[in-house]
Design a protein around this ligand. Structure first.
Ligand SMILES: Nc1ncnc2c1ncn2[C@@H]1O[C@H](COP(=O)(O)OP(=O)(O)OP(=O)(O)O)[C@@H](O)[C@H]1O
Length: 853
């Protein structure tokens, strides 16, 4: 299905001057669909072919039934155009597509980013209309997509710049607020405006004259002229004459009102005589609204203006102080219920009235409703001065909570809008009864307000806020760190000149107050959090200090213990060194001793052995077990033999000691023992640290006694010593052998008793050494004793001596040990002897830890 180039409109793609553009393909597609119509113009129309059906709506002649349905749907989607198309149908005869073609031609000439609807669209016949609309839709969509991309790109490019500008804007806003606040502070945080109402018709009718002169050019001065002589000029921050309207008054109040939006506490109150226009200034009338309404209006306006950077929320409470009682004017049941409202100080130091209704407001209409409701509930009395005079103080509290969307800074501030009760003197009001009581309360609270202002003016340390409910409520918004605006309302009438003068004097005093810089109010919750954090920090600091102290103490203790430890280590080293020295010396002596013994044995060998003198017989050079048993060898004595026979086949096996008859044993007891022990001693390595030789040292009593029991006699470890006897026994032994030698006769006597009076068990080396020390000091043992001064050395000496005593063939020792000095019962003596030998055996055979006997 080709288009006739001659008949078809100039294709945009064919034009060399133009680049292919977006939408051209759609255009071409539609042109292709229109080609049958073109053929119809130049040549006979071909028969409708199913192949010519395309997804796009087509001419019914070309597209068939499906295309017709699609056309109908498209037409339904464009009901607005249908009417025009139907109207144009008559103009485009037969719907031959001529109008569509020319319409498309127009678009072909248009730039890609143009979408100018052609007036010819209306002229397109109904069958061609869907195709045209589809083309336009596609074109529109592609352009839309293109623009979207462009916008997104632009936004992306501009984002950093936008962020920078936003930051700059935020900084500028902050700076503006700061400067603005500074300006207000320079003007004074407490500002006093004087407003003089016009003479009322009643006053005019009574012929009252004006005693007040206001010069518009001197907006701060007010001339009080009761008489020409008494002319007095009062200065205020602004003076509004009778001609000034509500708008002008509010315009001057705006800076103070705005401060509340910056987080400062604000108080605006109207003071003056009854009927001077306090309520008119604060509340106004519906057609001429006062400060309250306008202030809230301004708050909403600012909130809207700053909505991109700060989020604000508002709440309103309305209350009155009547006869020193607080009444909630938004609580409809407050008059019927005995709900008592009181002032409490919150955690952040602000004054709160628990239970007071705080109505959230989001629109200015809502504000007006609340103000009206409050005004309706207000206690209104009637006096001769002003029929509608309110006999209570009316207070509107606006709570502003803000959160900065960029910095996250939060604040909560209050704005008090106070319409005070009339300040006229009691004498003038001519009241009595209930009205008099009301007047007294009013005067009391106004007097308290005067005292607070006077205290602030004189910068007293104590400000008597709590003298009245009114001043107590306004404490956080009156003086100090908040902004105060006072309207002093005066009457121009000559009849009120006295009251006017009082009011003007009071206002002048208020104006004289010098406030410090205002302080921004932060959210109480934030305040509380900060306080808690500060307390926690304080507590942690204290804990830290305590821990530091204890740490220092521990360090000191550690240092001192380290010193002690070092000293002990040094001592241990010294002791070890001494021990090593002693050991070395002991080894030398041992060697010397061994040499001596060898020499002694050699000497013994040279002498001829004889059974007639068994006592002097030397021990064999080799252990018994290594030698074959001999019938000629002497047998152990009776008790020893019995013990050998009792325990020990093992002993016999080891020692190869033959069992013989008793008579033989009796004769050769001492010799047999020496024969069996000496070889063993040679096998035992030197053990300087053995303590058994001194652990068994007996007490005096034990040494003097005889132990009949075998058990007690045979085991060194079973020495029966009483607790009290032990130290005595040990103390009785001199620390060194030399000490024993040098001991007093008493001590010597003790040792003598030990030597000769004790049982065999206690004939310990000290006894021998002492005896030897007396007789001969040239032996190695004695030399060792003489050289060693410590207890350990003496113990070592004892051990060595014992070995020497048991191993050496000293005849004197044999005699004394076997004789059992002082024991006359032969059986018992034998037992003791056996025990002594058994002990000796155990001591020298300590490594094996088994009883030989
Ligand atoms: N600036 C003014 N311009 C016009 N009319 C005023 C102005 N000030 C006060 N008035 C009128 O004076 C009358 C008394 O005013 P208003 O009730 O406000 O006095 P007030 O000080 O509030 O008295 P009260 O202490 O009894 O409440 C009202 O009718 C009020 O419309």
């Amino acid at each position: 299905m080709g288009a006739d180039p001659a008949a078809s409109p100039p294709s945009p793609a064919a034009s060399p001057s133009r680049q292919p553009r977006q939408g051209e393909e759609e255009l071409r597609a539609v042109e292709d669909h229109l080609s049958p119509s073109r053929h119809a113009d130049s040549s006979p129309a071909p028969p409708p072919s199913p192949a010519s059906a395309a997804p796009v709506p087509q001419h019914p002649e070309v597209s068939g039934e499906d295309a017709e349905l699609a056309s109908e749907e498209a037409v339904e989607e464009q009901p607005a155009l249908e009417e025009g198309v139907v109207e144009a149908e008559a103009a485009v005869a037969g719907g031959d597509g001529e109008a569509l073609r020319s319409f498309l031609e127009e678009f072909g000439d248009q730039a890609d980013d143009c979408l100018i609807p052609s007036p010819r669209l209306k002229g397109i016949a109904t069958p061609d209309c869907p195709a045209a609309l589809q083309f336009l839709g596609g074109r529109y969509n592609s352009l839309m997509e293109k623009y979207k991309q462009q916008v997104a790109k632009c936004a992306e490019e501009c984002a950093p710049r936008f962020d920078g500008l936003k930051k700059k804007y935020t900084a500028e806003c902050a700076e503006r607020r700061r400067l603005y606040n500074e300006l207000i502070e320079l003007r004074g945080n407490i500002r006093v405006f004087c407003r003089c109402r016009p003479l009322s018709s009643d006053e005019i009718s009574r012929g009252c004259s004006s005693v007040v002169e206001v010069d518009p050019s001197q907006e701060m001065d007010l001339q009080f002229v009761p008489t020409e002589k008494e002319r007095k000029t009062f200065k205020f921050d602004h003076v509004f004459g009778p001609a000034d309207d509500q708008e002008a008054v509010f315009a001057e109040s705006l800076p103070v009102v705005r401060s509340v939006m910056d987080g400062f506490n604000v108080c605006i109150f109207a003071y003056g005589q009854t009927g001077t226009g306090k309520t008119f200034t604060m509340e106004g009338v519906p057609e001429n609204r006062g400060v309250n309404y306008r202030a809230l209006e301004e708050l909403f306006r600012i909130s809207e203006e700053r909505s991109s950077s700060v989020s604000y929320s508002f709440g309103v409470s309305i209350l009155e102080v009547y006869n020193e009682k607080i009444r909630d004017l938004l609580d409809d049941n407050s008059e019927h219920t005995s709900k008592r409202l009181d002032i409490k100080q919150s955690a952040d130091g602000a004054q709160e009235v628990p239970g007071l209704v705080e109505a959230p407001i989001s629109t200015i209409d809502g504000v007006w409703e609340k103000l009206e409701a409050g005004a309706r509930n207000r206690s209104v009395g009637s006096t001769s001065v002003n029929e509608l005079s309110s006999r209570s103080h009316s207070l509107v509290r606006v709570t502003v909570t803000s959160e900065h969307l960029v910095t996250g800074e939060r604040s909560r501030s209050h704005m008090w809008l106070v319409d005070l009760a009339g300040s006229e003197r009691l004498a003038k009001t001519e009241v009595e009864g209930e009205r008099l009581k009301e007047a007294k309360f009013i005067n009391k609270s106004l007097s308290a307000l005067g005292d607070v202002i006077a205290a602030l003016a004189s910068k007293n340390a104590h400000i008597p806020y709590r003298n009245s409910k009114l001043t107590h409520l306004l404490q956080s918004s009156l003086g100090g760190d908040c902004k105060t605006l006072m309207f002093v309302q005066i009457s121009p009438s000559s009849t009120d000149s006295g009251e006017t003068l009082c009011s003007l004097n009071f206002a002048s005093r208020v104006r004289a107050i010098e406030h410090g810089p205002a302080r921004k109010q932060v959210d109480p919750a934030e305040n509380f959090k900060i306080k808690q954090m500060a307390e926690k920090l304080c507590h942690e600091e204290k804990e830290n200090a305590k821990l530091n102290e204890s740490l220092q103490l521990m360090q000191l203790k550690y240092a001192s213990r380290e010193n002690v430890f070092r000293t002990l280590q040094d001592k241990i080293r010294e002791t070890e060194q001494a021990c090593r020295t002693h050991q070395q010396r002991a080894r030398e002596l041992e060697n010397e001793l061994a040499n001596e013994k060898k020499a002694a044995r050699d000497t013994g060998k040279s002498a001829k052995p004889s059974f007639a003198a068994p006592v002097r017989q030397r021990p064999p050079l080799a252990p018994m077990r290594q030698r074959p048993p001999s019938n000629n060898m002497p047998q152990p004595s009776g008790p020893s033999r019995l013990r050998f026979a009792g325990k020990g086949s093992s002993v016999q096996n080891k020692e190869n000691i033959p069992t013989t008859n008793k008579t033989t044993v009796d004769k050769t007891a001492g010799k047999a023992r020496r024969v069996s022990l000496v070889p063993m001693m040679r096998q035992i390595p030197l053990q300087p640290k053995r303590r058994s030789s001194i652990a068994i040292l007996p007490s005096e009593r034990e040494r003097m006694s005889i132990f009949p029991e075998k058990k007690a006699m045979s085991r060194l470890s079973h020495v029966q010593m009483s607790r009290t006897a032990r130290p005595q026994a040990f103390n009785s032994i001199p620390e060194t052998p030399q000490a024993a030698v040098d001991a007093t006769p008493d001590v010597r006597g003790k040792f003598r008793r030990m030597e000769f009076g004790s049982s065999s068990r206690f004939s310990s080396p000290p006894t021998l050494s002492m005896r030897k020390s007396r007789n001969n000091i040239s032996s190695p043992q004695q030399r060792l004793r003489m050289q060693s001064g410590s207890g350990n050395a003496s113990k070592l000496c004892f051990s060595i001596q014992k070995r020497v005593a048991l191993g050496s063939p000293a005849p004197a020792r044999t005699t004394s040990m076997t004789s059992g000095t002082g024991i006359f019962d032969p059986a018992l003596r034998e037992q003791i002897m056996a025990g002594r030998f058994g002990n000796a055996q155990r001591v020298f055979n300590g490594k094996r830890r088994m009883s030989v006997l």
